[in-house]
Design a protein around this ligand. Structure first.
Ligand code: BTN
Length: 320
């Protein structure tokens, strides 16, 4: 319990200083110190002589107390919050090596070196998006690990639908797009010892609040705000994603992956589309046929043959 959790629980009502000292078993000076740290984070708090302290608005931050308010399952029980980090994935990886528990999440209000797939960078300006990395220790064989990225994608797209963005769709292997612009991306990094999966860092990046993008991204990126005209609670969306991941994870230990693949298929807008593939060192085009049971993408070529893409980029735009 902290001053912030008491203010959140009472919102929009006030909490008296006296109640805070008794309930938290802290001195008035300690309480004032906590209130000062909240003010330092630009959380607007009003003080009234008769009633006490109250939040003037619901804070849009990813602080542990705020995530806790929305938590329904086990994932996200342990939150490490930072105002700025190079990359939440890099920090989560270090913590994974130190042995943090399954479901620990690292969040940051900004990233100075946010990483995307295939060595790309991820724009991570302060307070404009969700930058989060989940440490998972699933009891699954290493061969099943690629399916974890599908789990993250399905959870993300379904949480976005629940928040009112019905047009969000999945682009293999783990992007969320709205029409022909990218809204979110996932970067799963595995850590294994010999043939055993030790832990996975599931990095989640969502453009939520951006009004504009820099010129190099303007034609290809979008945000929740640009699509819907409103700024949702980042904490609420993140915790919905975690809840859905938790519900989907048991599917990975089932004898076959029918249920998981069916969930993917519902949101797979590439299915039956002409796609342009950029793989290790070749480019080709074909028709996307959906996924194999191991999560690879099946592509039908013009000559009637079929190829299976394990890793790479697919685009609905022709190669340059
Ligand atoms: C991609 O689409 O290429 C994946 C983008 C993943 C971005 C997220 S933001 C939080 C986490 N930390 C990182 O450095 N990257 C991931």
């Amino acid at each position: 319990m902290s001053v912030l959790s008491m203010l959140l629980a009472a919102f929009p009502k006030a909490v008296s200083g006296k109640l805070m000292t008794t309930k938290l078993d802290l001195s008035p000076t300690d309480i004032l110190q906590q209130l000062q740290s909240l003010a330092d984070l630009a959380i607007p708090i009003e003080m009234h002589q008769n009633t006490g302290y109250r939040l003037l608005e619901w804070p849009d931050l990813l602080l542990p107390e705020i995530l806790e308010h929305y938590r329904t399952g086990n994932l996200g029980r342990h939150v490490l919050w930072h105002s700025s980090l190079a990359s939440t994935n890099s920090t989560a990886k270090e913590l994974g090596h130190q042995g943090v528990e399954h479901g620990t999440i690292v969040v940051s209000e900004e990233q100075t070196a946010g990483r995307g797939r295939r060595g790309r960078s991820w724009m991570s300006t302060k307070g404009d998006g969700i930058y989060a990395s989940l440490v998972l220790r699933p009891q699954i064989p290493l061969s099943t690990a690629p399916l974890l990225t599908l789990v993250a994608g399905i959870a993300l797209v379904e949480a976005l639908h629940d928040c009112g963005l019905d047009a969000a769709w999945l682009k293999w292997p783990n992007d969320v797009w709205v029409e022909n612009r990218k809204l979110a991306g996932i970067l799963c990094e595995l850590n294994s010892e010999l043939d055993r999966l030790d832990f996975v860092v599931m990095g989640i990046g969502v453009n939520t609040h951006q009004q504009y993008f820099p010129p190099d991204l303007a034609a290809t990126a979008t945000s929740f705000y640009r699509e819907t005209g409103y700024k949702l609670s980042r904490a609420e969306l993140l915790m919905q994603v975690l809840q859905k991941i938790e519900l989907l994870l048991p599917l990975l230990t089932q004898a076959d992956q029918t249920a998981l693949l069916a969930a993917w298929k519902k949101h797979d807008r590439l299915l039956g589309q002409k796609v342009y593939v950029t793989a290790a060192n070749e480019k080709y085009s074909g028709t996307a046929l959906g996924l194999t049971p191991t999560g690879a993408l099946r592509i039908a070529l013009a000559d009637g043959t079929e190829r299976t893409l394990l890793a790479g980029d697919v685009s609905i735009r022709p190669h340059d």
